[in-house]
Design a protein. Sequence first.
Length: 148
Amino acid sequence: MKIALIFRELLQAIISRMRFHRGKLLPKDQFGKDGENKAVSYLKSEGYKILARNVRFSIGEIDIVAQNEKYIVVIEVKTRRSAEYCHPIEAVHKKKREKIKKMGQRYFRNKKCAAKGFAIRFDIITILWPDWPDNKQSVIEHFVDAFR
């Protein structure tokens, strides 16, 4: 009886992390990962060199770190299905920006980027992707130096 209860709780925990789409089971975080992949493709097409992805710190995670000419760019990616309630950029509020700045500055220091002649910049990429995962079409906006 106790084993059945534990099994049921474990199964509920697994299912709560999944999302059904047209009969397929998709992880809830797959939408965000697909958005980050789309952002990386966009950045490469714009001439950026991707240095790191999903850089973890005790206070959070940097989505993308890229290099563009004289900048090390810390990029926050926000992917949404619609802007009906708010634009994705509005999800990067003041407290979130402060946290991203701290992590970016720590990354910049740890990698000794200033000694290599780089400056740091903080960008936001928003992706509106209403028909995910069926349709690859989305709207990408790149907010350069978004924290200034």
